[in-house]
Design a protein around this ligand. Structure first.
Ligand SMILES: Nc1ncnc2c1ncn2[C@@H]1O[C@H](COP(=O)(O)OP(=O)(O)OP(=O)(O)O)[C@@H](O)[C@H]1O
Ligand SMILES: [Mg+2]
Length: 633
């Protein structure tokens, strides 16, 4: 079988037979067809070359060429004509004919043309395959990729990654223009400028406009090149939307870091400060140089540093109140939270410490506590002075009530005594020795004398009690007055006498005190409260000792009892308003806080000493010359 089989289509039988014979004579295999229709029917895989006449009645050579091209594009096609025309020749070449021969053709020329056509077709096939190969390679590049025409920006090729990126198909991309895909048009001008100048652009950040009009950050590199005599631009893209988002996020976090009024620090495992926000320098005054080589622990007081270190080692973090130090050594109270940051493998990498300066809060809290205490104190005082006022009123009323009958009794008793003296004289006149002889009379008068004495001393005592009660009740004496402190003590003792006389012995260990200017009724209030407390602390039997002495310009008044005593943990609280261990309805817990305030108003102090089971001693120290201190006399 011959190597090269030719399909020869020619409507003129004479011409056909003659050329076919001559070709066969040169070793070619020739299949003959009388029309295009027939020829296309005979076209097979064996067909190496198609030889075809141009002018044929039913289907002309150009049409045959088109159809052959469609079925077997790689089979070389030679067109023959006796009436050549340039436009037709051009059309034939454009449609894919390898050769265009003018009849008559010599057998030699025919043979050469056949070989040329075969060779030509093979080259074209190679070229096509190479192109396809190249396209496959380009298609396989796993990044968004584009080829455009430099002169007008027409997109010649865009791979599927790029199409995906903008939300189109590769076919939709083709023939569109790069102009459509710049979100910022001025960027395009810059790109063109640089391409013209350098021939390339690398790693430029641009916003690509997606098909739906939304922007998308990308970084691209472009290079200009030549393809089929045309200047083109090849470009690869990278979608950096995520990176840009992260950058935005980072920027945001950095702003937070920068503007936070709380101190934020990033520290390593040893506590070295890797980063800190401006709030730290602003608050502490430490510059970066000041902190070089230092750890966060150097910025804390020693024992706190140890505590934080321990907590970080044990729990991985720390939360709580600390005292930081400023550049000038000043202490800054801060509320701190330290937490660990782990790397991707879960290993401890860094710590972040966030601290809030709570100086202002602390100050406000202290102020609040002070105000609160003052308020309660004032309230307590009001309550007590109200109580004292009504007690005073009551005492004064009772004293007054008792005073009248006692006055009447005393004066009547005087009258009675005088009457008895007169009676005695009268009896002596009647019978002068009746008193010597009449034993009965003697004993009766002895009885009367004794009774008189008892009545007198009783009346004097009642009068004294009444006086003391009235003196205690001198509540109008709110002003400074020079008094004898011992008098005040006695007045107060009188008031509580009936409550303590059965089981409590009062020991007076009075020293010498000068007349002192005090607020008498208020000081009595202190004595009364202390005596009441002492009385209440004594269970069955006991002693209350009142000591007074002078120490320089200070009068010391001490109340000791041998009662229950005060537990250590309560010692610092007994002067707090409202602190009581006596239970609802018994104590209000105001007594000592009022004493404290009154003594303070006297520019003095009150202290307590006590041990459980050994009683308690309250010591008052007040200056002897309050009037001078206060500038009143
Ligand atoms: N002499 C004392 N011995 C033992 N405890 C005392 C003595 N004096 C005061 N205390 C303790 O101090 C607390 C406070 O005393 P304070 O006089 O302020 O209030 P109170 O006696 O409880 O109530 P109020 O005085 O209003 O009746 C008492 O409840 C008691 O626990
Ligand atoms: Mg009390």
């Amino acid at each position: 079988m011959p190597d090269i089989n030719i399909l020869y289509i020619e409507d003129d039988p004479a011409q056909r037979t003659s050329l076919a014979e001559s070709l066969r004579g040169r070793g070619f295999g020739v299949v003959e067809a009388a029309s295009g229709e027939e020829g296309l029917g005979l076209l097979s895989d064996e067909t190496a070359v198609v030889l075809c006449d141009l002018h044929m009645p039913e289907m002309d050579g150009i049409e045959v060429l088109r159809r052959v091209q469609r079925r077997s594009p790689d089979v070389p096609f030679i067109l023959l004509t006796a009436h050549p025309s340039i436009p037709i020749a051009v059309e034939a070449i454009v449609e894919g004919a390898q050769r265009f021969l003018i009849k008559p053709v010599s057998p030699d020329e025919m043979e050469i043309s056949i070989y040329q056509a075969i060779e030509f077709a093979r080259l074209r096939r190679w070229q096509r395959e190479a192109e396809e190969q190249l396209l496959r390679l380009v298609e396989a590049v796993p990044v968004p990729y584009i080829i455009t025409r430099l002169r007008d920006g027409k997109i010649l090729y865009a791979n599927k990654h790029l199409a995906n990126m903008v939300g189109l198909t590769p076919d939709e991309m083709k023939n569109r223009n790069t102009v459509d895909f710049y979100y910022d048009p001025e960027k395009r001008l810059e790109v063109l400028e640089r391409l013209k100048r350098d021939g390339f652009v690398t790693d430029m950040e641009v916003r690509v406009k997606r098909a739906d009009g939304t922007p998308m950050w990308s970084v691209f590199s472009l290079a200009s090149s030549e393809m089929a005599g045309e200047k083109v631009v090849l470009g690869g893209f990278l979608d950096i939307t995520r990176r840009k988002d992260l950058e935005d996020r980072l920027h945001l976090y950095h702003e937070v870091f920068k503007h936070s009024i709380d101190v934020i620090m990033v520290i390593d495992k040893e506590g070295h400060i890797l980063e800190r926000n401006p709030a730290h320098q602003k608050r502490t005054g430490f510059t970066d140089e000041d902190l070089a080589g230092k750890t966060v622990f150097d910025l804390l007081t020693l024992e706190k540093a140890a505590e934080v270190k321990k907590a970080m080692e044990k729990d991985g973090g720390f939360q709580g109140e600390l005292e930081g130090v400023g550049k000038g050594g000043e202490k800054i109270p801060v509320l701190v939270s330290v937490f660990p940051i782990h790397d991707e493998e879960g290993k401890l990498d860094l710590y972040v410490s966030m601290g809030r300066d709570i100086t202002a809060i602390k100050r406000a809290l202290t102020d609040l506590a002070d105000t609160n205490r003052e308020l309660r104190q004032t309230q307590a005082q009001l309550v007590q002075s109200e109580k004292m006022a009504s007690l005073g009123g009551l005492v004064a009323g009772i004293a007054h009530e008792i005073n009248t009958p006692v006055g009447a009794m005393t004066s009547m008793h005087d009258t009675l005594v005088r009457a008895i003296v007169k009676l005695k004289e009268h009896l002596k006149q009647q019978s002068p020795d009746a008193f010597e002889t009449d034993e009965r009379l003697k004993s009766l008068f002895a009885m009367i004398d004794e009774s008189n004495q008892v009545i007198r001393s009783g009346a004097t005592r009642v009068a004294e009690i009444v006086r003391r009660l009235r003196s205690f009740a001198r509540l109008d004496e709110a002003e400074l007055k020079k008094v004898d402190i011992h008098e005040g003590l006695e007045d107060t003792l009188t008031l509580v006498h009936h409550e303590i006389k059965h089981n409590i012995q009062v020991v007076r260990d009075y020293g010498k005190l000068p007349m002192m200017s005090v607020y008498p009724s208020r000081l009595n209030q202190v004595f009364l409260n202390l005596l009441n407390n002492a009385r209440q602390a004594i269970r069955d039997k006991g002693t209350i000792t009142i000591r007074t002495r002078i120490e320089g310009e200070t009068a010391v008044i001490e109340f000791s009892d041998d009662g229950t005593g005060i537990p250590k943990e309560n010692l610092s609280r007994v002067f707090d308003p409202g602190f009581t261990t006596k239970g609802v309805g018994i104590g209000t817990g105001l007594g000592l806080s009022i004493c404290y305030q009154i003594v303070k108003d006297h520019r003095g102090r009150i202290d307590v000493q006590s041990e459980v089971g050994k009683g308690a001693t309250f010591t008052i120290r007040i200056p002897t010359h309050l009037d001078e201190i206060l500038g009143v006399s």
